[in-house]
Design a protein around this ligand. Sequence first.
Ligand code: ATP
Ligand code: MG
Length: 227
Amino acid sequence: MEILKIENLSKMYGKGNTAVKALDQVSFSVKQGEFVAIIGPSGSGKSTLLHLLGGVDRPTDGKVFVDNTDIYALNETQMAVFRRRQIGLIYQFYNLLPILTVEENITLPMALDAQQVDQKHFREVVDILGLQQRLDYLPNQLSGGQQQRVSIGRALISNPSIILADEPTGNLDSKNSKEIVDLLKLFNKTYNQTLVVITHDDRIALQADRVISIEDGQLAKDEVIRP
Ligand SMILES: Nc1ncnc2c1ncn2[C@@H]1O[C@H](COP(=O)(O)OP(=O)(O)OP(=O)(O)O)[C@@H](O)[C@H]1O
Ligand SMILES: [Mg+2]
C-alpha cells in the first residue's frame, strides 16, 4: 500500500533575483512500512522536502498525498490534526521544552490534541526507549542520546503512520548514533511505521530499504537496496 505519494513537488524561496528553487519537480511514492534514506549535498533541498512531506511548510507547486489524502487541500485545523496524528518529526537538535519533564515532553502532542494518553502504549514506548528511570528528569539532566530518545518518544506517542527524521544522529557520537538508528528501525518493524530519514552517514543509508538522492533540488537517484 502507498502511504505517501508526491507529485511534481516544487518549492521556491524568495522572489525576483534572490529567488532560490530549493525543490524542483520531485515525484516519488513510498510504501507503508518502507524505510527510506534521503541523501545529498548540503543545500540540495533535503530538509525542504521533509518539511513538505510533514505538512510543516507549503509547496510552491505540486501535491503531497498521505494515505490518499491531498494534505495541502486541508484547511488549517484539519492540517494541524493531520500533523499531530499521522506524522512523527525528529530533528538533529531535539527541540525539547526545558521546563517540562521527560514524561511531559513525551506526552505533549496528546495534551495539545486534548487526547487521553494510552498508558499501555506510553509504557511500551518508554520501555523500548529505556527511559523508565528518567520520567521525572528535565531535559538538561539528560545526555544527548537520552534527549534524542525523548524526542523520539514525543514523535511516536500518538502512533503516527510516518516517522520523518532530519539527521537524527547528526549531533551524536557513533555509539549513540547506532542506538538511535536501531531504535528507529525497531519502531519501523514493530509498528510497521514508515520511516524517512535524512542522513549524511553512509552506514545509516545502507541500512535503509531504499536510498533517494537529492541534488540541486531534483531527484538524482532512487535505488532499492532491499526489495
Ligand atoms: N527559509 C528559507 N528561506 C530562503 N531560502 C531557504 C530557506 N530554507 C532553505 N533555503 C534554501 O533552500 C535550499 C535548500 O535548503 P535545505 O535546507 O532544504 O537543504 P538541505 O539539503 O537540508 O541542506 P543541509 O544538508 O545543509 O541540511 C538552500 O539553498 C537554502 O539556502
Ligand atoms: Mg537540512
